[in-house]
Design a protein around this ligand. Sequence first.
Ligand SMILES: O=P(O)(O)OC[C@H]1O[C@@H](O)[C@@H](O)[C@@H](O)[C@@H]1O
Length: 600
Amino acid sequence: MTKPIYLTPLSKERIWGGQKLQEYGFSIPKEQRTGEVWTVASHPNGMSRVQTGPMTGLTLEKLWSNHPEIFGMETDSDFPLLVKWIDASEDLSVQVHPNDKDANRFEKQPFGKNECWYILDCPEDAVLIYGHSLTSLNNFDETIHQGTLLQSLQHVPIAKGDFIYVPAGTVHALTKGCVVLEIQQNSDTTYRLFDYDRSDPVTGKVRPLHLEQARRIIRFPHFQYTEPAVMLTPFRKRLTQTPDFFVEEWSIRQTHILEVSRLFRVITVIEGTIELDHVLLSVGATAILPANSTFLIKGNGLVLITGPSLKMTTPHRIGIDLGGTQTRVAVIDQHKIVKQLSFPTNPKAGPSQTLSNIEYAIQVFSEEFHLSNIGIAAPGPLDTKTGLLLSPPNLPGWDEVDLVTPLSSAFDLPVFLENDANAAALGEALYGAGRHSSSVYYVTVSTGIGGGYVYMKQLIRGANGYAGEIGNTIIDSSGPLHPVLNKGSLEGYASGTALQSRANERHASSIERLLAHPQERDRFTNHLATGLANIIHTIDPEVIVVGGGVTGSADLYWEALQERVRELVYPSLRSKVDIRLAELKGQAGVIGAAALDGVE
Ligand SMILES: O=P(O)(O)OC[C@H]1O[C@@H](O)[C@@H](O)[C@@H](O)[C@@H]1O
C-alpha cells in the first residue's frame, strides 16, 4: 500500500489577511497579514514541497512530472489543482476569474479558475458578494463610470459549513471575517473590479484593477449556478463534481476505508482529529493520497476529499423552465436536478436574447455531460406540435416564436416543448406528490392558474393541448373581468394576481394578511374548491396536487380548502378526496420538462 504524501504549507501575505490561520494549525509569520496558506500548490507563485519520507524536499512539480504512478493520470500538462486556506480579515477585492478558454486566450495560462469555498468560520449574518444585477456591458461601463458598482452586486447569506461553488466568470468577493478552505483549478489569475480604494499599508500603493480584462469575461445577465449536494452514504456527502474536480465532505465517526481510486485524491482535515493510516492528524493537515491505493481513516472529525473528476458518460436530459421573470436550465438525472443555471428573463428584449442565454447554458452543460434530449416548459398558449409560442400573455410580443428549431439545430438533439403547467403536472405525477398514483390532476395557483392531467404516467393534452386548463373555467359568470380570460373565471378569482388586487382593495399589505381574515379565506377557498370539485366531477382523479406560489401560505387555508371540496362533491366521493401539496415546488417545471418525450 502506498503512503499518503504530506506537503509543507506556504503562507502568503495579503492586504486583507490576518493571523487567524494560526487557529487552524498553521505556523504563520508573526505580525504578518497572512491572507492565504497554500497547502497543495504547483504554481510559479507558490510551490509545495514534500515534507516527510524519502522524497522530502521534492517539489510538487517534480513529483507530478516524474511520478505519474502516484497520480494515476497523464502528467505532461500542469498539475490541475490548487488548495488553500483563506483568512479574510478584511473584505477581499470584488473580482472575477477567467475560464480555461479565456485563460488560454488572454493569459496564455493552462487553466482558468473555477473555484469553490467551504466556509469554516464567518460572522453571524455574514453575506458574500456573488453575482450582479447588471443587464449589459453598457450597463456595467456606466456603473464603473459612476462609481456605483457595489450597488449592482448580489449578496448571499452564508453560515459556517456552507459550500459555495464559484464558476469562472462570476463576479464575487469574500467578505470580512470569513475563513474558508478554497479548492480551485491551478491558477492565480484574478481580475479586480473594485478594491475599496484602499492602499497597501506596506507599499503605500493602491493595487491594480483589471477592468478591461474583466469586461471581456463577465456575462450579462448573471447566471446563477446551483448544484444540490448528494448524500453518497450517511457519512459521505458530495458537495460538487465538475469536469475539473470533485469535493466530498466525510464525517469521520468510526473506521472508514477509502476505497481504491484510479486517480489521486487530496484529503484535508477541517474539524476534529483523525487517524490516516495510523498517523494522527488534526485541523489543517493535508495529504496527497496516491492513486490505486486504499486508506484507512478513523477518529472523530470532518475531512474534505478532493481530486480530479472521472469523465461522466451516462446520458442526462436538459429541462428548461422559461418563465416571465426567470429562466432555469437544468441537467436532470432521472428525476433529480444535478446542476442548474438560471438567469432573469427579459421579455422586453425579445426572444433572441433569452434563446441565446439558454443556448449558452446548454453549451456549458454539454461540455460536461452526455446530453440525450431537451425539454422546454413555457407559458401557454403554445403549439407542442410545431414548437411555437402563440402570443403568451406572460411574454408580451413573443408571437409565433419557434423555440424548438434553434435549439435542436444548435445541439443536434430532440427538443420538446410543453405548456409550463402541463410540464409541472408531469413532474409532480412522475416524481412528486403524485408518484404513487395512476391518475393525477395538478393545479398551479400562482401569478395565473394552470393545470394538467396525467393518466397512467402519460400527459393528457386533449385535441388542442388545452386539457386541464382550469384557469379559464367559470366559477361565477357575474364575477370579475379578466384581461384575457372569461369573466368570473377561476383565475380571475383565485390566482396570485387576483388575490393581490383584492389585498390592495382591502388595504391588506400582503396575500397572507388578506387570507388571515376568515371571510377572505372562505371566499378564496370557496372559489378554488369550486374549481377543484368541477375537476373531480369531470375526470375523477385519484389525487389532486396543488402547487404554485400561493401555496406558500397554504397553512392559512389548507384545512378549509379540503373541507369545502368535500362539501361540494357527491357524498359518495367525500371520503375519497385526496388533495396534496406539491412536493417538487419550484423544480417541477424543469423536472417535468426533462421528462417530455414528444407528441404523436
Ligand atoms: O485580489 P485579492 O483581493 O487579493 O483576492 C485574490 C483571492 O480572491 C479569492 O476570491 C480567491 O479567488 C483567491 O484564490 C484569490 O487569491
